[in-house]
Design a protein around this ligand. Structure first.
Ligand SMILES: *Cc1c(COP(=O)(O)O)cnc(C)c1O
Length: 516
């Protein structure tokens, strides 16, 4: 029998019974608001009003609204219970490779809530929000200094959006130079899926560059693929195998010699911030995920923020708005003639994330940012050292950067797949690592601890991982294929959920049927 449906009897076929409720007060089966409330009741008592003629013309609703009436505690409890079903960086380690799930310092939150930042409106006259514009300018300065670049577009709202911005700047630059016949973008096999998607979205053909045996990209392979029809390369550094590209400078030179631009996917900047300046490596455009490197929260839909730094060659092609000093005042330029791209977002981007990211920068200082990068690399190598010997690692000849890449060779013959292993981690109280990415590695497991985890947390993680590996090798495959047993839901059809999401509640479908 399931518990706590606001005092209502639950139906005997409730699917709760097939998962362990753990702490029963945590309610694994939280009904929808529509199932808790009903349309016959209202959560608030409002005095009747005398309506003297409607001002809606003929547009007033004719059918009832059908919203469930709930009291404030009912509605509040519903959302608090749902929030407890979330795994979050605030509740445990989140080793999701490439995602940089680091701690979001509370100081960032405190600053973002200052009324001078939180309560302003993007349509206010600029003279009344000079402090906020100054903050954007400072953030832009830090980003350009850390990367040694000449321009920055703050407004893109995520890494993928930043890719679009940077590649649009590249396209605009080629067009301005009469080079619009360049139709090909080179993308290494190990790239994040957003890279080829961005290039294709802008009408480019994607030419794939194979990875060398050691997981990195060789300049010879790039040179072989370059030609007068190539517009750009999109290269990730450190790459998605967690390795610094040793030939990155030579690749940049070759790309420039061929008249193309170097777009760098900077999602992994966390590993090198304050230590390496991408501008020194020859990049022309690079997005920076503030929600990864600079600790602004992400997951659960964001909001992310993906500013793009630009080389001198591309800076004139930045989108509006951008900031210009106008005497003593700062001016957000909202319209620009000439080469600027136009606008990529409504208003000015994710102001709340700018405040959090700059707070992170200022509270760390230049030396603190470099230390955070070094600690991220140290933590990843600590895990790598402890897991190697048990876990198989395809590119083991050199230390890794901020993330450790394992493959599924160590599970061969055990009947346990990467997916099963990840699901078993949930029962151990861990969020799984990134699975099956990058695609260049079979059954990939990409582990990124970030700098915010303590030695004790890393040790516990390692012990859990080694314990699971031992059980897999001892023939306990069934415990893995049945996992997770302690989660509110077990194995979901994620593909169907993504392709055919059910976004509207319909009385005849129970949420469990929809989800499982
Ligand atoms: C996260 C990530 C992206 C995309 O960033 P979003 O903010 O999720 O759009 C692109 N490339 C790499 C390597 C990433 O890790």
């Amino acid at each position: 029998m399931s518990m706590n449906r606001q005092g209502r009897p639950s139906s005997p076929d409730s699917a709760v019974s097939n998962t362990s409720p753990g702490n029963a007060a945590l309610l694994p089966d939280e009904p929808l608001l529509f199932e808790i409330g009903d349309t016959d009741h209202s959560g608030v008592d409002l005095p009747d009003v005398e309506i003297s003629g409607s001002r809606l013309g003929g547009h007033a609703r004719k059918t009832p609204l059908d919203l469930p009436g709930l009291t404030e505690p009912e509605a509040m409890r519903h959302y608090v219970r749902l929030s407890r079903l979330n795994y979050s960086i605030d509740s445990g380690m989140y080793p999701l490779g490439s995602c940089t799930m680091k701690h979001n310092p509370r100081l960032n939150e405190k600053m973002a809530r200052l009324p001078g930042f939180a309560d302003i409106h993007p349509l206010q006259p600029q003279s009344t929000v000079q402090g906020a514009i100054e903050l954007m300018q400072q953030l832009a300065d830090w980003l350009m200094t850390l990367t040694n670049t000449s321009g920055v577009a703050l407004s893109p709202k995520a890494g993928a959006h930043g890719e679009l911005c940077g590649m649009m700047a590249i396209k605009a630059a080629h067009e301005a130079h009469g080079e619009s016949h360049r139709k090909i973008v080179l993308v290494p096999e190990s790239a994040h899926g957003t890279n080829p998607a961005t290039a294709a979205f802008l009408g480019y053909q994607v030419r794939s560059i194979p990875a060398a045996e050691d997981g990195t990209v060789r300049v010879a392979e790039v040179e072989a693929a370059l030609g007068p029809d190539v517009a750009a390369i999109m290269l990730t550094n450190p790459n998605t195998c967690g390795l610094f590209e040793p030939e990155v400078k030579a690749i940049a030179d070759a790309v420039h010699a061929a008249g193309a631009y170097f777009y760098c996917d900077g999602a992994n900047f966390n590993a090198i911030m304050g230590v390496v300046r991408p501008g020194d490596l020859g990049i022309d455009a690079m997005h920076i995920n503030l929600h990864k490197t600079f600790s602004t929260p992400h997951g659960g839909g964001g909001p992310g923020s993906g500013p793009v730094v630009l080389s001198e060659a591309l800076a004139p092609f930045a989108p509006v708005p951008f900031i210009r000093r106008d005497g003593d005042a700062l001016k957000l330029v909202e319209h620009a003639d000439g080469e600027a791209l136009g606008r990529l977002t409504a208003f000015h981007g994710q102001m709340g994330m700018y405040v959090r990211a700059l707070t992170y920068m200022l509270s760390h200082g230049a030396d603190g940012l470099a230390q955070a990068a070094r600690d991220a690399v140290l933590n990843a190598n600590y895990i790598k050292a402890q897991l190697s010997g048990t876990f198989s690692m395809p590119f083991n000849s050199q230390p890794c950067m901020h993330e450790v890449l394992c493959d599924d060779a160590f599970l061969k013959g055990t009947g346990v797949s990467t997916l099963d292993f990840a699901k078993a981690m949930i029962d151990e109280g861990l969020h799984p690592m990134t699975m099956y990415f990058p695609l260049v590695v079979h059954g990939a497991m990409l582990i990124e601890p970030t700098e915010s985890e303590s030695r004790q947390t890393l040790d516990r993680f390692v012990q859990t991982m080694l314990g699971l590996a031992a059980r897999a090798k001892a023939g306990e495959a069934e415990a893995f294929t049945a996992a997770p047993l302690t989660a509110p839901r077990r194995r979901l059809d994620e593909t169907q959920a993504a392709r055919q999401p059910k976004l509207k509640w319909e009385p005849e479908t129970t949420p469990l049927q929809a989800a499982e």
